[in-house]
Write a protein that binds this ligand. Structure first.
Ligand SMILES: Cc1ncc(COP(=O)(O)O)c(C=O)c1O
Length: 474
C-alpha cells in the first residue's frame, strides 16, 4: 500500500478549484439541458444505490471526472427531478442561476456569522436583505429593522425551524407569567389544512400532543380557518382551565393554496392574548405583486411571519425568512452568552447576534444568496416570475372538464390515474385529501415550466385516463 504524499494534499488550491468547479458547472449545465430526458419521478427501487456503490470509502483521492461519471451513472437515476419542467408535485423548489451563484458565493466564503463580530458583513447584509424583502412584500414597517419600532428579521433554513423558534418565544413569554409548571396547560391552534410542521414544532417545544387543536375547515370558507371556529375552541379551552398560547394562520396552504383570513384571526388572537404566527412558506412570494397583496391584509396583527424564498422565489435551497414584531422575545428565549463568544460590540448590545435568533450556533451566509436573487432579477423580474406562473395555472384551470364524480369508482380511478401518470416518468404530481375527497394536485411553478409543458402534460393525463377507462370497459 502506498503512502499519501502529504505535501501535495492541498484541498483549497485555487488552480484546482478553478479547474474542478468549471467541470462541475459544465456538468450541471448539461444536466439542465437534458433534464427532460429523465423520468421526472425517480423509478429507482428502494436500496438500489447500495447495490451500485462500494461498501467502503476510498483510501486515496479519486479524480473529479470519475466522480462526475459515477454521479451520472448511479446518482441521477435515483433523483426525482424537482427542476424538471414537468414536475407538478408537492410544491415548487425554484432554482435559478442567481440562486445558484449566490449559493456558490455563500459556500465559497464559508463564513460562520453567528455573532456580528464573527463576520460583520454576513449579519449586516442579512438585516438589510430582510428589510428589502419585507419592503417588497409590503409588510408593515413594525417588522423592519429600519421601521424603528423594534422589529426585524432573520434567515432560517426552514419554516419548521422558524416555527419552533417562535413557539419557544411564545411559550417562555407565557410561562414567565403563569409559572413553568403550567406547560401542560398551554394550547396551540391550527387548522386541518395547516402544515404538519406546526404540530411537530409544538411537540418539540414540549406542548403535550393532546393540547394541539386541529380546527376543521370546510369548502364553504374555501378551506380557510374561520374566526368563529377558533374563538369557540379557545373559549372551550379556557373554560377547562387551559391557556391558549399560539395560533398559526396560513397564506397558501400546501395542499390547495387556501388562505386563512388574517384580519379576523388576528383580532381573535389579540382578544385571547395569543401569539399570532402567519405561515406564508408557500405563497408568500406572491405578495411582491400588488394584485396578490390583499391576501396579507391583517398581517399587521401578527407577532411573526415566515415565508420560504426557497419555494417560489428563485432561491435555491435553503432559505426561510422570519420576521418578528418583537425580536427581543425571541432573543430572551434563545440567547446564551458563553465566555468564548464574548466581545465588545455584543456586550455593548450594539449589534445583532443572529445566534440568538435561531436554534443552532453555526449558520450559513444565506443573505448572500437572497441578495443576489433580488439584485440579478430586480422587483420587475421577480413579479414577472410570479405572474407567469399564475398565468400558467389559470391556463391549466381552463383545460379540464371535471365530472363531480364522488363515488368509490371515481376515487379508485383517480388513484390509478395518478399512479399511471407518475409511472410514465413524463410528469410527476401528488395528491391530497380535501374535505374527505382524494384530489390530484397539479402544482405549477418550476422555473423551467412553459405553456407547452402544461399542454403536453394535460394531453398525457387525458391519454392515460382514456386508456384506463377503455381497459375497464373492454
Ligand atoms: C404552507 C407551508 N408551511 C410549511 C412548510 C414546511 O416548510 P419547510 O420545509 O421549510 O419547513 C411548507 C412546505 O411545503 C408549506 O407549504
Amino acid at each position: 500500500m502506498g503512502s499519501l504524499p502529504l505535501e501535495l494534499f492541498q484541498p483549497l488550491d485555487p488552480d484546482v478549484f478553478i479547474k474542478e468547479s468549471h467541470a462541475v458547472v459544465d456538468f450541471i449545465a448539461d444536466y439542465y439541458r437534458g433534464i427532460e430526458q429523465y423520468p421526472v419521478r425517480s423509478q429507482a427501487e428502494p436500496g438500489y444505490l447500495s447495490k451500485l456503490l462500494p461498501d467502503t470509502p476510498p483510501i486515496f483521492s479519486e479524480p473529479i471526472d470519475t466522480i462526475l461519471e459515477d454521479i451520472k451513472k448511479d446518482i441521477i437515476p435515483g433523483l426525482t427531478h424537482w427542476q424538471s419542467p414537468n414536475f407538478y408535485a408537492y410544491f415548487q423548489a425554484n432554482a435559478s442561476t442567481a440562486g445558484f451563484l449566490g449559493e456558490m458565493l455563500c459556500s465559497g466564503f464559508n463564513v460562520v456569522g453567528f455573532s456580528w463580530i464573527s463576520s460583520p458583513a454576513a449579519t449586516e447584509l442579512e438585516s438589510i436583505v430582510m428589510d428589502w424583502m419585507a419592503k417588497m412584500m409590503k409588510l408593515p414597517s413594525m417588522f423592519l429593522f429600519s421601521g424603528g419600532q423594534g422589529g426585524g428579521g432573520v434567515l432560517h433554513g426552514s419554516t419548521c425551524e422558524a416555527v419552533v423558534c417562535t413557539l419557544a418565544a411564545a411559550r417562555d413569554k407565557a410561562l414567565t407569567k403563569i409559572g413553568h409548571d403550567s406547560i401542560t396547560k398551554l394550547v396551540v391552534y391550527a387548522s386541518d389544512q395547516t402544515h404538519f410542521t406546526v404540530q411537530k414544532a409544538s411537540k418539540i417545544i414540549g406542548i403535550p400532543p393532546c393540547n394541539f387543536r386541529v380546527i376543521p375547515t370546510t369548502a364553504y370558507s374555501g378551506y380557510g380557518l374561520t374566526a368563529d371556529a377558533v374563538r369557540s375552541v379557545m373559549e372551550e379551552d379556557i373554560s377547562q382551565e387551559f391557556t391558549p398560547l399560539y395560533l398559526c394562520a396560513t397564506v397558501g396552504t400546501t395542499a390547495i393554496g387556501a388562505v386563512d383570513p388574517l384580519l379576523e384571526l388576528g383580532q381573535v388572537a389579540k382578544e385571547f392574548g395569543v401569539w399570532f404566527h402567519v405561515d406564508a412558506a408557500y405563497a408568500g412570494s406572491s405578495a411582491v405583486c400588488p394584485e396578490f397583496r390583499r391576501y396579507f391584509d391583517g398581517v399587521e396583527l401578527a407577532d411573526s411571519i415566515s415565508m420560504n424564498p426557497h419555494k417560489w422565489f428563485l432561491t435555491n435551497m435553503d432559505c426561510c425568512c422570519l420576521w418578528l414584531r418583537s425580536p427581543t422575545e425571541l432573543v430572551d428565549s434563545l440567547s446564551t452568552n458563553p465566555e468564548t463568544l464574548r466581545n465588545k460590540p455584543s456586550d455593548a448590545r450594539e449589534v445583532v447576534d443572529y445566534k440568538d435568533w435561531q436554534i443552532a450556533l453555526s449558520r450559513r451566509f444565506r443573505a448572500m444568496k437572497l441578495w443576489l436573487v433580488i439584485r440579478r432579477y430586480g422587483m420587475a423580474g421577480l413579479m414577472e416570475h410570479i405572474r407567469s406562473d399564475v398565468g400558467l395555472a389559470k391556463h391549466f384551470e381552463k383545460l379540464p372538464r371535471f365530472d363531480d364524480d364522488d363515488d368509490d369508482d371515481g376515487l379508485k380511478m383517480n388513484i390509478r390515474l395518478l399512479d399511471a401518470v407518475n409511472s410514465s416518468g413524463r410528469a410527476f404530481m401528488t395528491h391530497a385529501i380535501i374535505g374527505g375527497r382524494f384530489v390530484i394536485r397539479f402544482a405549477i411553478g418550476t422555473t423551467l415550466t412553459e405553456i407547452r409543458h402544461v399542454d403536453a402534460t394535460w394531453r398525457l393525463i387525458q391519454g392515460i385516463a382514456k386508456g384506463l377507462l377503455l381497459a375497464d370497459h373492454s
